[in-house]
Design a protein around this ligand. Structure first.
Ligand SMILES: O=C(O)CCC(=O)c1ccccc1C(=O)O
Ligand SMILES: [Mg+2]
Length: 328
């Protein structure tokens, strides 16, 4: 990135916050992110705590792009989003869906450790009774045989728009598509955590690509990847990484800049927080406004993490900055 700020510039204004969640998601009940401010606005650095520095460095490139370079040109002003339903019990589904008014697509988490296929079927059926279009996300949690069994059970009474990352490896996704040709498969981790994000498409492992700004290293990298995926005829879904309002600005800007966008995006996860760094965008007819929102100073203070967590994030920021600078 030609606009790479020095570490001192990068850390002139860093705010580390913890956003409380309504229900457990990915095993967490609060989401920590570091927000940086540059000449073009705010950027979000929120790699998950268990990620190593090399992977986290992509997220830093994305934060720097947002805060030092700004947003690419938009071709649309609103983006349709899906409801995101964590692996809750079926009776909690109405409570979760209440936070996503007007959506016609829901993404339901399945294959949660400790749960059964029956739990997934009950949750998906509860969602189907309220939302016409349902997709599921297994986060790579099934073996090939488990995925075959689970997806057969989940499509027994109604269709699925697609199944996101049913198995972990690209080879498994390729084989699953052969076994279940009538079920569309989406790749997420096989794109965002891969050295070569286009490999899963080249190998025939997906019908749909779920793409996220921060793990790919920024909005422009996502747009470049979209050009490559178009050659394979693979449609995109831009999704969040459980971003605050600031990270969501970048996801929405990337989605707004895509020449082609048919599917609802996973950018409604603000509805999973009880509080965010700004008054969240309201969902109107299942879509979000693209215009960027600045964090509210009072909320940044109220949601600030403890000093030891802030130090941990600042050290991580410094290590990742060295990686990004070294790769220039
Ligand atoms: O796509 C969505 O609806 C929400 C985003 C989401 O599910 C997610 C959020 C954080 C980390 C991983 C994932 C995922 O898609 O697996
Ligand atoms: Mg996913």
């Amino acid at each position: 990135m030609s606009e790479l700020p020095t570490l001192a510039e990068l850390t002139t204004e860093v705010r580390v916050v913890s956003l409380p969640m309504r229900v457990r998601f990915r095993g967490i009940t609060a989401r920590e992110v570091a927000l940086v401010r540059g000449p073009a606005g705010w950027g979000e650095f929120g790699p998950f705590p268990e990620y190593g520095d090399d992977e986290a460095a992509h997220w830093l490139r994305s934060a720097i792009e947002a805060a030092w370079l700004g947003q690419p040109a938009a071709v649309r002003s609103r983006v349709a989003v899906n409801a995101t339903v964590p692996a809750v019990a079926a009776d909690q589904v109405p409570m979760v869906l209440a936070k996503f008014p007007g959506v016609s697509t829901a993404k339901v988490k399945v294959a949660e450790p400790g749960q059964t296929i029956d739990d997934d079927v009950r949750r998906v059926d509860a969602v189907r009774s309220q939302i016409p279009n349902v997709r599921v996300d297994a986060n790579g949690g099934w073996s090939l045989d488990e995925a075959t069994r689970a997806l057969t059970a989940l499509t027994a009474v109604g269709p699925l728009e697609y199944a996101e990352q049913p198995c972990r490896t690209v080879d498994e996704l390729v084989e699953l598509r052969r076994r279940l040709p009538e079920i569309r498969i989406a790749a997420d981790e096989s794109i965002r955590r891969a050295e070569d994000p286009i490999r899963v498409a080249r190998m025939g492992g997906c019908d749909v690509a779920v793409v996220k700004v921060a793990p790919l290293g920024g909005m422009r990298r996502l747009l470049d990847l979209a050009v490559e995926l178009a050659d394979f005829g693979i449609p995109l879904v831009v999704s969040s990484a459980l971003d605050s309002v600031v990270g969501m600005n970048a996801g929405l800007a990337a989605a707004a800049a895509l020449p082609e966008l048919q599917l609802a995006c996973g950018l409604g996860t603000g509805g999973l927080f009880t509080e965010d760094v700004a008054e969240p965008r309201s969902l109107v007819d299942g879509a979000l406004e693209v215009a960027p929102i600045d964090p509210d100073p009072e909320r940044l203070t109220r949601l600030a993490v403890t000093a030891d967590r802030a130090d941990w994030w600042l050290e991580r920021l410094a290590r990742c900055h060295r990686i990004v600078a070294g790769a220039e």
